[in-house]
Structure formats: structure tokens, C-alpha cells
Design a protein around this ligand. Structure first.
Ligand SMILES: *Cc1c(COP(=O)(O)O)cnc(C)c1O
Length: 386
């Protein structure tokens, strides 16, 4: 049975990725070099934002974004409860406060009403997370940000490629940060991208991503005889390597194919689950396109003799790797204790958390594997019906 195990995720690799990486190793450009620059250029062309700056993770990208808006100790940043810790921890780097708010029941995205209620005179920014690649209600969020003089830093770790009312994610908020972590929709192992139309933000992020040096390393090593550089701030070591960029270039070429592959699985799952009253599938509004990074279902625990953990365990026993995205932030000891958070104040996140199960959705899944996931999910749920 183990040989048939369907993992939660498997990176999509062809000879393109392997050949590009080997080429980087052979040319000697192991760290930031021509491929990192080329990847930024091609990414910019694909997304359509004015600036794209590659760094070594989403976390680095978003840290730089908050630094570039001059976030200060005591400031507040509004984030959804239903996300990965990185979304909130970056505010803590500045001794600022992540103000954790509830999400919407249909999309699991940040609640616009909750944002509105949480704005104070200390609020500086909102970090909407496009859960699973399904874009947030950006018009409403932009409206709140404009009325209250706040910056929007989008957590688009899941949202490549995705679009909102015809605009690609990466061109909507003030700054958009992507992740190229191995499980994400474009994977380079570790990596991230900052997209913005703002020249000042781009300039500051560009300087701060490599030690606060006011030229990047590519210029430094290739312009003739230029050994001179100036440090203008205590920056970070967040630059993107050419070996990662090699993977990125190979993946970017087939980004639309990878997207279509996930979308097909999404549609097959929807079809396979639509008549099962023991689970709910989540909804994506017609005015936006998801990247389909995750496929979440909510199991109807009131109608079942098992809970969500037991459900995942049974799927595993039947050869399917499922997961949970996410353990809400207020459930983690650090956020709960530091910010005095109580699960009672997050009824929607609690409801989702007790039921949500994310199923495998990766390009390269065979028809047989897709059908097996559908069959096993339906069989396991029916077996444990009350
Ligand atoms: C993966 C992820 C991150 C962090 O990305 P890294 O590139 O690993 O830093 C941030 N936010 C969300 C929602 C994620 O899923």
C-alpha cells in the first residue's frame, strides 16, 4: 500500500529545472548573479508590476516591505488569524503589534468588517492573506486603507498566479510578497519576491536586502573594476541565489500549465464531492481567479462519529496525505499569551479550524490518483456517518 501513497505535495520537476541548476553550478554563479536578475525581469513581465525584487523567502520579502514603510515599535499591523505564523511574526520583528482578526466563513480570507473594527490611530498596515490563492475582497480593503492612510502589504504566498477583477495579484496592493518555498505554486526551494509600483519602497527594499549596500552584488561584481561600495543602513542578508533562480526560471516558463493542472484537479474534486452532504467545499467568487494552491474541505463533524484529526489519520491509513491549513494564530502559545487572545473572539476561525482538511492538489497527479482521493474521502466519511 505504501508504494501507492499519494503525498500531500510533490514538487514538479523536469529536465528543465535540472539542466538550469547544473548550468548555474558550472558557470560558477552560485549566489546572486545574472539568473537572479533575469528571473526578476521575467517575473516583472509576467505580473506587470513596476518593480520586482527577488529575496530568499516570503518572510524576508515582507520583513523588508514593513521596514520600507518605516514601521516602528508600538505600531499596529492587522493580520488574519487563519494564516501561517510568518504573516504576524514580521510585525514582532519591529516590536510592533500584529492585531489578529477573524476571517470570513466562505473564503477563509480576512474579514473586512473585522479590519474596520480593529483600526486605531496606531494602525499602519493591513496584511491580507489570499488563502489558498483565492484573492481577498481587495476593493473593500483598499477603500479602508485609503480612508485611514494605511499601507496594504499582500501575503500572496499562495497566490501565484491569481487575479482580482481582471488584475493580476502583484499589481493590486501597495506591496505584494510571494513565496517560492518548496510547497508553493512556483518552487525554488526557498525564495520570495517583492512586487510594487512604488519607487521609494522598491529602492529601500533593494538596499536593505543586501546589507544596506546601495548597489546590488550583481552590479558590484560585473561593472569594470568596481570594488567600491557604500553601506547606508544596517541591512539584511536576504539576497536570492542563482541556483534558486535557475529553478525559478524553469518553473516560470510553465507557470500557466502548472496553474491549469491544479485547476483541473480543483474542478474534478468539486464534481466528486458536490453530492456528499458530509463535507462542504469552499467558494471562490466569480470576479476573481484562484491559483488553487490549496484544496480545503470542511467536514460536517456534527453528522460524523469522527473528528477532523481522526479523519486525516484514516486518509493516511488509506494512502492519502492530507493536512491542515492553518492552526489559527491565537491557538499558538506565543500569540495567545503575548497578546492575551481568546479563541472565543474568533468564532469563524474556530469553526473552520475544527473542520478544515486540505487535500493533495499538485500538478503531476494522475487521473487514478485524483479519483482515489475522491473515492477515499467519500468512503471514509460515509463509513463514519452518525
Ligand atoms: C509559506 C507561507 C509563508 C512563508 O513563506 P516563506 O517563503 O517560507 O517565508 C507566509 N505566509 C503564508 C500564508 C504561507 O503559506
Amino acid at each position: 500500500m505504501l508504494k501507492d501513497f499519494i503525498p500531500f505535495h510533490k514538487p514538479y520537476v523536469t529536465d528543465d529545472e535540472i539542466n538550469e541548476v547544473v548550468d548555474s553550478i558550472k558557470t560558477g554563479w552560485w549566489t546572486t548573479g545574472p539568473k537572479a536578475l533575469k528571473f526578476e525581469e521575467q517575473f516583472k513581465e509576467y505580473i506587470g508590476s513596476k518593480h520586482c525584487l527577488a529575496v530568499n523567502s516570503w518572510t524576508a520579502a515582507a520583513h523588508l516591505a514593513l521596514e520600507s514603510i518605516n514601521l516602528k515599535s508600538g505600531d499596529e499591523v492587522i493580520v488574519p488569524a487563519f494564516t501561517f505564523t510568518a504573516t504576524a511574526e514580521i510585525a514582532c520583528y519591529f516590536n510592533a503589534k500584529p492585531v489578529i482578526v477573524d476571517v470570513q466563513p466562505d473564503s477563509f480570507n480576512i474579514s473586512v468588517e473585522a479590519i474596520e473594527k480593529s483600526i486605531t490611530e496606531k494602525t499602519r498596515a493591513i496584511i491580507p492573506v489570499h488563502y489558498g490563492g483565492n484573492p481577498c475582497d481587495m476593493d473593500e480593503i483598499i477603500n479602508l486603507a485609503e480612508n485611514n492612510n494605511l499601507k496594504i502589504i499582500e501575503d500572496a504566498a499562495h497566490a501565484l498566479p491569481a487575479s482580482y477583477k481582471g488584475k493580476k495579484i502583484g499589481t493590486v496592493g501597495d506591496v505584494t510578497c510571494f513565496s517560492f518555498y518548496v510547497t508553493k505554486t512556483l518552487a525554488t526551494g526557498e525564495g520570495g519576491m517583492i512586487c510594487t509600483d512604488d519607487d521609494d519602497i522598491a529602492k529601500r527594499c533593494s538596499v536593505m536586502r543586501l546589507h544596506g549596500i546601495n548597489k546590488d552584488s550583481w552590479d558590484r561584481y560585473t561593472s569594470e573594476g568596481s570594488w567600491h561600495y557604500e553601506v547606508i543602513a544596517p541591512g539584511f542578508k536576504y539576497n536570492f541565489t542563482d541556483i534558486s533562480a535557475a529553478l525559478g526560471l524553469a518553473q516560470l516558463k510553465k507557470i500557466d500549465f502548472l496553474h491549469q493542472s491544479r485547476k483541473r484537479i480543483f474542478e474534478k474534486y468539486n464534481e466528486g464531492f458536490k453530492d456528499n452532504p458530509l463535507l462542504k467545499i469552499y467558494s471562490i467568487k466569480n470576479d476573481r481567479e484562484s491559483s488553487h494552491h490549496l484544496y480545503p474541505v470542511l467536514i460536517e463533524i456534527e453528522k460524523l462519529k469522527i473528528n477532523r484529526s481522526q479523519f486525516i489519520e484514516e486518509l493516511k491509513n488509506h494512502g492519502i496525505g492530507a493536512s491542515v491549513h492553518f492552526i489559527p494564530l491565537y491557538r499558538h502559545p506565543y500569540y495567545r499569551d503575548t497578546f492575551n487572545l481568546n479563541a472565543k473572539n474568533f468564532p469563524v476561525s474556530e469553526y473552520i479550524y475544527e473542520r478544515v482538511t486540505t487535500l493533495p492538489i499538485w500538478p503531476g497527479m494522475s487521473e487514478l490518483e485524483i479519483s482515489k482521493v475522491i473515492d477515499v474521502v467519500n468512503i471514509v466519511l460515509n463509513k463514519h456517518k452518525k
